[in-house]
Unconditional design. Structure first.
Lengths: 284, 302
């Protein structure tokens, strides 16, 4: 009976108990503050810079001059507006299509066994490991050859392919968490295999798939390497357009920050309003 | 032709045909947009294929010989790639583990901390890198202002190899430590309580509880996290490209940047493809070795 009492004094005493009572709480608060500062700091710096007038960026300015002019200037560029529209449409279409084709693939991995799923699993592991650069370099030529370089199709199709391995794998996890006995029951009652998937398994997986859809949308919205290699003036996307502020204007940090802040609006919205779903989706 | 294929499919049985049907869309997209390009790239890596002058003549292993004896590749690119991969994964894991433990104490405001650390995971790596580039700007950045205020003087972070590399590493850790934290937090919360209660009854210290109870139980999760993250860290491109572009003087190039520069700056598609293949082979070997190790770790702990 006395053992827990000893622990209560003994164990924590070693690290924080030497501090005054409340020392442990103070330590946690300090640690939490340091973390918030570390992870929020760079984002806050971007937001503040985006609200500064252009002249205040080129020396260390601590004054109170703030302006929304940078946002107006950024939006006055047709290329920027087009980039936002392009990225939005691309992220939406790529998410719908890539989830559409990986949901059945994940279901298959979860419910079947034998040589076909084993082969498919091996393929997925293998191509999940191959670095993007190894297939996006030749994709540039493929796009050129088929005349789709710098067209919407030329960037959309590769973006559907990017996450096939990763999503199939995650989807398998979703279906593993759903009891298959309902599907067996449905099939005994005369449902086809497709019907059992479509009417029983799929509805049960929808919440998890919705979480993945949010992540998928953001991954495409944030993607840079494919956009850099496979897009040009006609299909500029936000990440590439933003990176070009560096070279075009030297150091137009105020404009670039404004663009960056606009580009991270979806991420902030998701973080604030869909945190629970997203964290579930990050699960490996 | 179609008759024979029908015959083959018919022999498979209804269940197998349905399985094939389920993966058919994903498999065809994978073949068309990943496997076919890889084959094209592999083919080009054996040819004299300048982007401005695609002769496409077969030159055997010349590109591979060049890359595997290129001092930049051997003494800069490979060490950088592995150093970034190893350091980023190790630091992110340790930091993520600490964060996960902190968040596991349900102190007031822990949801706020969780929200804040989720942000780096959600925003684009390009934005994170842009922000860091500005923060560490040697004249107008916040860090420069701070250093000047404490009288340290100016550091040209992005003008030298190791400071640049450190900033790339810092950015990568900033992005990925939260990922480790969130996954390890979920794992911590799902651990059974009994071993911890037993440790408490035995008056085991916090550190010993961590090393002897928590760590062994988390080992499978840690193994999978490290494996996945190492594979992805090997191909890091965005952060390095925005922060340093591989510079100054090619000293912070990593493998993806090297292949990109060979292809689109030096306009040598053949050599760039060969570099991409070399990198892919290296990471496949490394990943396979790690996969075996993780598998063994997971089995030992069971």
């Amino acid at each position: 009976m006395s053992a827990p009492a000893i622990v209560a004094q003994g164990a924590p005493a070693r690290i924080v108990g030497v501090l005054a009572p409340g020392g442990r709480a103070a330590l946690i608060v300090l640690a939490a503050l340091a973390i918030v500062l570390l992870f929020l700091g760079p984002i806050v710096i971007l937001v503040v810079t985006s609200l500064r007038p252009g002249w205040a960026v080129y020396y260390i300015y601590r004054g109170t001059a703030f302006t929304l002019q940078n946002y107006l200037d950024v939006f006055a560029r047709p290329a920027v507006v087009r980039a936002f529209v392009n990225s939005f449409v691309l992220a939406t279409l790529a998410t719908v299509l890539s989830l559409g084709i990986t949901v059945t693939s994940g279901y298959m991995l979860s419910r079947f066994d034998g040589p076909i799923p084993r082969t498919w699993f091996g393929t997925i592991y293998l191509f999940r490991t191959v670095p993007y650069i190894s297939w996006v370099l030749p994709l540039y030529l493929v796009d050129y050859y088929f005349g789709v370089y710098d067209t919407f199709a030329g960037i959309l199709l590769p973006h559907i392919a990017v996450h096939i391995c990763f999503f199939s794998w995650i989807m398998k996890g979703f279906f593993d968490g759903i009891d298959p006995s309902m599907e067996h029951a449905a099939m005994i009652d005369g449902c086809t295999r497709w019907g059992a998937f479509r009417r029983v398994a799929l509805p049960a997986a929808i919440p998890a798939i919705a979480a993945l859809a949010i992540l998928s949308w953001l991954y495409t919205w944030n993607e840079f390497l494919f956009a850099l290699i496979l897009t040009g003036h006609n299909t500029a996307l936000i990440t590439v357009t933003m990176a070009q502020f560096v070279t075009e204007l030297g150091t137009a940090w105020n404009l670039m920050s404004a663009m960056a802040v606009l580009a991270m609006v979806p991420a902030v919205l998701v973080t604030v309003f869909a945190q629970k779903y997203v964290i579930r989706g990050l699960r490996i | 032709m179609s008759l024979r294929r029908n015959g083959l499919l018919a022999r498979l049985g209804e269940k197998e045909r349905f399985a094939l049907l389920l993966i058919a869309p994903a498999a065809s997209v994978l073949v068309l947009f990943q496997i076919v390009p890889i084959v094209i790239g592999a083919n080009a890596s054996f040819r004299d294929w300048q982007l401005y002058n695609p002769k496409e003549t077969w030159i055997g292993l010349a590109h591979y010989r060049y890359i595997l004896s290129d001092p930049v590749f051997l003494t800069v690119v490979l060490p950088n790639t592995f150093l970034l991969m190893f350091a980023s994964v190790a630091i992110s894991l340790v930091l993520g583990m600490a964060l996960a433990h902190l968040l596991n104490w349900n102190f007031r405001g822990h949801t706020l901390v969780q929200t804040v650390i989720l942000l780096p995971q959600m925003i684009a790596p390009v934005i994170a890198a842009t922000s860091m580039r500005w923060t560490f700007n040697d004249q107008f950045g916040v860090v420069a202002a701070f250093l000047r205020a404490v009288g340290y003087g100016q550091i040209s972070w992005l003008a030298e190899r190791w400071p640049s590399f450190l900033i790339v590493l810092f950015t990568d850790v900033w992005i990925w430590a939260p990922w480790f934290a969130l996954i390890l937090l979920a794992a911590l919360k799902s651990l059974p309580r009994e071993p911890f209660e037993a440790a408490q009854i035995d008056a085991t210290g916090r550190w010993r509880t961590f090393t002897h109870v928590t760590l062994p139980m988390l080992r499978p999760v840690i193994g999978v996290c490290v494996l996945i993250r190492s594979i992805d860290a090997f191909r890091t491109f965005d952060q390095v490209w925005v922060l340093t572009g591989g510079g100054p003087a090619r000293t912070t190039e990593v493998f993806s940047i090297y292949a990109y520069i060979e292809t689109f700056v030096n306009l040598d598609f053949g050599r760039g493809s060969a570099a991409a293949i070399v990198g892919a082979v290296i990471i496949l070997i490394v990943a396979w070795t790690m996969y075996r190790a993780v598998d063994r770790l997971a089995n030992v702990s069971r």
